[in-house]
Design a protein around this ligand. Structure first.
Ligand code: PLP
Length: 402
């Protein structure tokens, strides 16, 4: 008997919306012109690219469409922001970031430290993934070239107070960048009233295509292109544009913008039902992340005394796709850097499972998880050498629901 597939790994990637696919298709065939060309083939496509830029501008609440630079995705946008900040401000050589950033930031910082002598400050977080703002204040100085803090964390969904963080950077004369790959399309963003200089986003996290993203660069920000070549994107990103991708991202942004207000509470209700029911039915489990500021679509639940990978395997057999906080490095299963940074005990961090929802999920999806999960956990605990029956949890937080 085949199982009904349930996809709850939307922070990894989302299904491309069929309306997005439909809008993209002509740009592989009759609308093949190069948007930089002077002739009609190019001009037509150039007009569509402009419209896509305006749609993204609207989703971000940006003041100008030319503040949007199309890139190949979140990773490129993150790299470009950091590299530009150092190149454009040669008198400042320090970067401030956090210990829970995505590798697109952390690895880029490591590389810039090695190759350009940049000094990198890694700000820590508390048990809920909240930034140590005092440590951030102390790290800021007239040497800070750029601060980069993610808008929302991909594993726990914890949301940073971006306005406040950006304001502090501005007071120190530093640039402020935010990796908003997990936030855009999931929560409202209003860049007219949020003092960030640069923001990264990625199409495939909001039902757009993979391999397309954008870097928002506020007007007036000094910017150096990472790629050397043609003058596309006003000289800020060389290379012929991925026009089908740009059109797709534009439509994905438009749909997200139109539906955000109604999607958010609906998705949060599904997430909360899953979280609440799981915690009622399974002992020695707790939620990680900030109980007061979390993405509406994300829950990361740590099941103590078992391996997340084993849970995922059994969930997969039941047709359910989720993800674990572990990264399989050099043959040993290490809890993720995010779980470790929050100080989640190893016995729990190993069993952290992330369920991430999208507007396509239904109540039936939640029911299917609830039907199999308690059994899966009980079976694995029976096999676990560390499990000696239910006891007090080492938990970070047990949510309360109205
Ligand atoms: N930043 C965050 C927070 C992410 O979650 C991801 C993707 O998982 C990225 C950056 C990388 O984005 P992309 O896959 O578009 O390169």
């Amino acid at each position: 008997m085949s199982v009904r597939p349930v996809y709850l790994d939307n922070n990894a990637t989302t299904r491309v919306d069929p309306r997005v696919v439909e809008a993209m298709l002509p740009y592989f065939t009759e609308q093949f012109g190069n948007p930089s060309s002077m002739h009609a083939f190019g001009a037509k496509v150039g007009g569509s690219v402009r419209e896509a830029r305006e749609k993204l501008q609207a989703l971000l609440g940006a003041a100008h469409d030319h503040e949007i630079v199309f890139t190949s995705g979140g990773t490129e946008s993150d790299n470009a922001a950091l590299i530009s900040a150092l190149e454009a401000n040669p008198l400042r050589a320090e970067i401030i970031t956090s210990v829970v950033e995505h590798p697109a930031i952390l690895s880029a910082c490591e590389h810039l430290a090695k190759t350009r002598g940049a000094k990198v400050h890694h700000i820590g977080v508390d048990a809920h993934g909240r930034l140590d703002i005092e440590a951030y204040r102390k790290a800021l100085s007239d040497k800070t070239a750029i601060v980069s803090f993610m808008w929302a964390n991909n594993e726990t969904g914890t949301i940073n107070p971006i306005s406040e963080l950006a304001g502090l950077a501005k007071d120190a004369g530093a640039l402020f960048h935010t990796d908003a790959v997990q936030a855009v399309g999931k929560i409202p963003i209003d860049l007219r009233n949020t003092p960030v200089d640069m923001l990264s986003l990625s199409g495939h996290k909001l039902h757009g295509p993979k391999g397309i993203g954008a870097l928002y660069v506020r007007r007036g920000t000094r910017f150096k292109s990472m790629l050397k070549g043609g003058h596309q994107e006003r000289g800020r990103r060389a290379g012929t544009e991925n026009t089908p991708g740009i059109i797709g991202l534009g439509v994905a942004a438009e749909i997200a913008h139109q539906n955000l207000e109604s999607d958010m509470p609906r998705i949060a209700a599904l997430r909360d039902r899953l979280e609440k029911s799981l915690l009622q039915r399974v002992g020695n489990a707790f939620v990680t992340g900030d109980p007061h500021a979390r993405l509406p679509n994300t829950t990361s639940i740590a099941f103590e005394y078992i391996e997340g990978e084993a849970i995922l395997l059994l969930l997969n057999r039941a047709g359910i796709a989720a993800s674990s906080g572990s990264a399989c490095t050099s043959g040993s299963l290490e809890p993720s850097h995010v779980m470790r940074a929050m100080g989640i005990p190893y016995t729990a961090a190993h069993g952290a499972i992330r369920f991430s929802f999208s507007r396509e999920n239904t109540k039936e999806d939640v029911d299917q998880v609830l039907e199999v999960m308690p059994d899966i956990i009980a079976r694995l605990r029976e096999l676990s050498p560390f499990w000696s029956g239910e006891g007090p949890s080492t938990g970070a937080f047990q949510p309360t629901y109205a």
